[in-house]
Design a protein around this ligand. Structure first.
Ligand code: GTP
Ligand code: PEP
Length: 212
């Protein structure tokens, strides 16, 4: 089964506020963009993925991610994350017909294409399914089979909500790279230990040089 992934990204100047004690205002937007670039590049290399649709109101991020091969959909002004995802899932199906769609967070800089493929192959068995984040509190991926609505309920504590709203939780070994989102300095260290993509490696190197 070939998936269309929907990746949400808020304006870079507002992104990754919980990383403020690790990366200051001058470097955080670049770090957020690097996470998104490594996430999208890995997703586009995944054998189970046909298209990546990024939903964002950020013009620079849109240009950079389009250059990698993503389709860009404009954010719904003022609607927030779940409205953006629902809108982009409809746009994704307009692009590709009523195929399977999955929302994937933009902050997975250690994402490995083979692990993502295993998650999507398992998700394909269910009408709606999700993968919890490394902290087992949030969600990194929510899927909907062809003809199913995505019904995203991302945000703090989303694991419990996605389960309560009828999505099946996926339990898979050795898919850490799909679960390791980066919200805090500890998350960034955990992602670096897994091995991040080249843009995040470069952005972290710039961060370390700036600190000297
Ligand atoms: N398009 C779009 N994406 C959003 C919006 N809000 C959040 N996102 C994205 O959704 C994912 C999870 O968002 P959050 O955890 O709220 O934000 P974050 O920038 O990752 O981190 P914090 O600022 O620390 O909360 C990230 O990929 C965000 O960029 C929105 O209103 N529109
Ligand atoms: C939006 C989510 O991610 P984060 O951990 O970045 O808040 C979520 O888990 O639903």
């Amino acid at each position: 089964m070939q998936w269309t992934l929907v990746v949400p990204l808020k304006p870079l100047a507002e992104a990754k506020s919980r990383l403020a004690d690790t990366a200051d205002d001058a470097v955080r937007p670049g770090l957020a963009l690097a996470f998104a670039q490594d996430t999208v590049a890995a997703a586009l290399s995944c054998r189970a993925v046909r298209d990546v649709v990024v939903v964002t109101g950020d013009a620079l991020a849109g240009r950079e991610l389009a250059a990698l091969g993503a389709h860009i959909v404009s954010d719904e002004p003022g609607g927030g994350l779940n409205a953006a995802l629902a809108h982009a899932a409809v746009a994704a199906r307009a692009l590709r017909g009523a195929g399977p769609v999955a929302a994937l967070n933009a902050d997975l800089p250690a994402l490995r294409p083979a692990e993502l493929a295993r998650v999507l192959e398992r998700a394909a068995v269910f009408p709606r399914a999700f993968l919890s984040d490394a902290a087992a509190v949030g969600t990194t991926l929510l899927s909907a089979a062809p003809d199913e609505e995505l019904r995203p309920s991302f945000g703090p504590g989303s694991r419990a909500r996605h389960r309560a709203f009828g999505a099946v939780e996926l339990h898979l070994d050795a898919v850490d790279s799909v679960r390791q989102d980066v919200d805090t300095g500890d998350d960034l260290r955990a992602a670096l230990a897994l091995g991040v993509g080249p843009r995040t490696t470069a952005a972290v190197a710039r961060l370390l040089i700036a600190e000297q």
